[in-house]
Design a binder for this molecule. Structure first.
Ligand SMILES: Cc1cc2nc3c(=O)[nH]c(=O)nc-3n(C[C@H](O)[C@H](O)[C@H](O)COP(=O)(O)O)c2cc1C
Length: 173
């Protein structure tokens, strides 16, 4: 099964990005996790652009989402909400008929973030995404310096992510 991982952070040393890179390392047999790195290249959402020939980056994004059996999202909280660039990416999927019903696992790299994850869940369910609760986890990385390799080598964190990925696989089976 194919999982497309999308980070809500554009930061090079993003903790959310590290979580998703760890998912690549920890994916169970039969699951491939691919990182989508184009969120920062998507044009600002505009319904007028959607009415014509889709910009290449948007067409590529939608194709990647549609080809995936499930999405894995990890996003920071900005000003108690969703980072603007990431909300922009989600807005490009609202008019994509194939997004409805797509299984989505939602991860969080900050234990103190509450409003942001809640806002993200509201948006995803409004878009008719099928959020998989058993595959949605918080792994706190706010102590800093976490790389995918360090996460994968940490027994507790790796076990939590592995279980989440196995639950996602079970939900897709
Ligand atoms: C502009 C900005 C706004 C933020 N607002 C909040 C906030 O409202 N609540 C919160 O808990 N953290 C907030 N943070 C902290 C980030 O959510 C936190 O550092 C996050 O884990 C960073 O994710 P990243 O490492 O993937 O970039 C904010 C950070 C930035 C840069």
């Amino acid at each position: 099964m194919k999982v497309l991982a999308i980070s809500g952070s554009l930061r090079a040393r993003s903790s959310n990005g590290a979580l998703l890179e760890a998912a690549v390392l920890l994916a169970p047999e039969g699951m491939s996790v691919t990182l989508y790195d184009g969120v920062g290249r998507l044009p600002h959402f505009n319904p007028d652009l959607e009415a014509g020939v889709l910009p290449d980056e948007v067409a590529g994004f939608r194709a990647a989402v549609n080809a995936a059996d499930a999405l894995l999202i990890s996003s920071p909280e900005y000003a108690r909400g969703i980072p603007g660039s990431f909300k922009n990416a989600l807005d490009w999927l609202v008019g994509d008929t194939e997004f409805a019903g797509k299984p989505v696992a939602v991860w969080t790299a900050s234990a103190r973030a509450k409003a942001g994850p809640a806002a993200l869940l509201l948006v995803l369910t409004t878009m008719s995404g099928a959020v998989v609760d058993e595959a949605s986890v918080t792994v706190d990385l706010m102590s800093g310096g976490w790389t995918a390799e360090r996460i994968a080598a940490d027994d507790a964190k790796a076990a939590c992510l592995r279980a989440a990925l196995e639950n996602l696989a079970a939900a897709l089976a």
